[in-house]
Design a protein around this ligand. Sequence first.
Ligand SMILES: Nc1ncnc2c1ncn2[C@@H]1O[C@H](COP(=O)(O)OP(=O)(O)OP(=O)(O)O)[C@@H](O)[C@H]1O
Length: 262
Amino acid sequence: MTLVVQSFAKRYGGLVAVDGVSLTLAPAEVTAIIGPNGAGKTTLINLMSGVILPDGGSMQLFGADVAGATPHVLAEHGLTRTYQSPQLFAEMSVLETVMVGAHLSGRAGFLSAMLRLGAIRREEDELEARARAALSRVGLPDDLLDRNTTDLAYGHQRRVEIARALATGPKVILLDEPAAGLNPKETHEIADLISDLAREGYAVGLVEHDMDMVMGISQHVVVMNFGRKIADGTVDEIQSDPAVIEAYLGTSEGEAAHACVA
Ligand SMILES: Nc1ncnc2c1ncn2[C@@H]1O[C@H](COP(=O)(O)OP(=O)(O)OP(=O)(O)O)[C@@H](O)[C@H]1O
């Protein structure tokens, strides 16, 4: 297995946000993490990506013990993520934004690269080539590369965010609500892109509220409720799981979610 999480736990005061959750991500598969609001999905993806530290549990990435490692170290081991609100800087062009991602696996720092110091000039060229390749991979039109990222349509901004993750040269990509705020056409396009990435061999972890998208592109679904994992299986298996149906019916989203899940 590419990524193995065992018994991850995270407490906030008396609240156990993630309570002994284990899961695996495999290459060439989309593994979705779903559950009602407050179930612990964001906390779990934050733990898996090193944004917050676990209170208990372990994580192996390609056999290396990486629980508690920083996002930078995880990127060096081949794991990267996107954020619910894209981390985009108003003053940077699309190309520069993705080069910031690409530099994570380069030897020279991005700031030095931007200063065009002679000795690292070749590395800067490499970074730019990787950033261009990643942007082309996510289907961003060439004429947008010099624009400020924050001026782009939301669907394009999401592609830039995914390109930035791809530019680190990952094998595992964690996506935090990639369809949030997108219109139906943009959602379809992002779903197709994520499916293609899995087909190309990436292990994809997907936190997403859009059930049509989750059920359409996931090979494996992990369902959480109140911090715990309540189901883990194929789409067919979790759709007929009474505990899953009950978890969704017990929330204000119940009717809508039930219509999608059942
Ligand atoms: N930094 C924090 N401090 C205190 N409590 C927190 C913190 N982060 C999350 N929580 C709590 O942990 C629980 C799980 O939250 P989390 O955001 O992980 O759920 P979620 O499944 O991602 O929800 P949503 O679908 O609404 O984004 C919630 O009760 C939340 O209020």
